[in-house]
Design a protein around this ligand. Structure first.
Ligand SMILES: [Zn+2]
Length: 118
């Protein structure tokens, strides 16, 4: 590239990946990814491949990072604000069949697939 500007981190390149969300696991990361893709915001997940090794590595390292391009940051944050507000307003639910705790966004129990009929 010609005319490359080297202004030492005072400005970020518009097409650099930026971590916008730390998902607790791959399932949540894919929910967020779906929301972003629905709004035509390109995104990538980092750390998803670690999910196979859960139990062997510290829990905080199983987090999945959701990244978007810097130029999409504002738009993506708006979507995530809506997403986290929905999450906070909906409590986690306990499966009536197997008593497992489920994320509010899950419509069926992750463990036994019983539907959440609230
Ligand atoms: Zn269940």
């Amino acid at each position: 590239m010609q005319n490359k500007i080297n202004n030492n981190n005072t400005e970020q390149a518009p097409f650099q990946w930026l971590t916008i969300y730390y998902a607790a696991n791959a399932v949540e990361a894919n929910i967020v990814k779906g929301l972003l893709l629905n709004s035509n915001i390109e995104c990538q997940l980092l750390g998803e491949s670690l999910q196979g090794a859960v139990g062997e590595i510290p829990l905080e390292q199983t987090q999945v990072r959701v990244q978007v391009f810097v130029i999409k940051e504002r738009q993506a944050r708006q979507i995530l604000v809506n997403y986290t507000q929905v999450q906070q307003s909906a409590p986690a639910w306990v499966c009536p069949n197997c008593n497992e705790h489920n994320e509010p966004t899950f419509e069926i129990c992750w463990s036994c697939r019983t539907p959440n009929n609230d």
